[in-house]
Write a protein that binds this ligand. Sequence first.
Ligand SMILES: *Cc1c(COP(=O)(O)O)cnc(C)c1O
Length: 398
Amino acid sequence: MNQKTNQATIDTHSVMYITKRPELVFVEGQGSWLVDQNGKKYLDFLQGWAVNCLGHSNPGIISALEQQARKVINPSPAFYNQPMIDLANLLTDNSCFNKVFFANSGAEANEGAIKLARKWGKMHKNKAYEIITFNHSFHGRTLATMSASGKDGWDTMFAPQVPGFPKAELNDIASVEKLITDKTVAVMLEPVQGEGGVIPASHEFMKQLRELTKKHQILLIVDEVQAGCGRTGKLFAHQLYDISPDIMTLGKGIGGGVPLAALLATDEVACFEPGDQGGTYNGNPLMTAVGCSVINQLLAPGFLEEVIAKGEYLSQLLLELSKELGLEGERGEGLLRALILNRDIGPEIVERARNLEPIGLLLNSPRPNLLRFMPALNISREELKQMVDMLREIIKSI
Ligand SMILES: *Cc1c(COP(=O)(O)O)cnc(C)c1O
């Protein structure tokens, strides 16, 4: 079947228009590769938006889904189930946190973090409720998490906002200190700003931030929805900085592609009481069984070391490319990286990469002057090299 007739059969009029999608339907995936309805293959550096940390169709995830689906899919959030308990233990055994609440999306986990901090403020900080967040940050698309986010234009999009999220500048401790008042209950940040353009918090800043929040007895919340779960080469991104936050949220990678997220807190901070927090699907065994498989695979001996090594390899390839083509370098942590372009050609590169024949390349440009790479953590060096070679040809052609 030729492409034209096939494309004409895609009738999308019932799908709500919330983003401009290309005229493609993806039908299969394997590792770092996706296949569309015409049989064309794509090297996938989006991976469901940094979600499929183990690539497409990971055998461990498939088997967790199959086995759990045969046992029990959802006994109700009002009862314990074994994968929920196992995953909570896995997460607390491997972090500085003591308690876990499971959610279905990063935004929902962050809503939970905001509620938990406000509750803690009500109990221990004379009803303090303000959470200092950062310009260019991204925390999700619910009303509160949009208000917490520092994305340009989001303050007026669905006005009025949820109040109580003053904005500081990442890597500028004075800008945080200036905003602290007796109403402040927490500071919340992404250790590596993802949607903002892959901007890591500096080591110095994270250390200062932990000291500052301790000094004022306010909470430190890390949103690791994108940077957590092995993405930076550490199981959790804040471990890069050798600090212990009070609250952490996880999403994306923890589910390896299925909807799963988590809110973690220390015992001192985990002050929810029955009735404060919940959700129909929270901790359902079908998703938490997948989470167990994902975390166990990330913790397999040598896995995270390989992420670091491959991150360094990708960094080196991108630096060489940058030098060769006169671009402005690269940055990131582990396998969350960005190539800084010298012009606003990001969207054009993304378009051309997808349209390459016979093999396409899926990329993302969160800002017009840069490309972001969020491949599967188990991608091969050959695939990293192949991506950079494809990218070289595209940039040269523009
Ligand atoms: C993607 C993302 C979110 C939102 O997660 P959803 O699952 O889309 O709700 C929140 N914070 C960060 C840092 C993210 O990258």
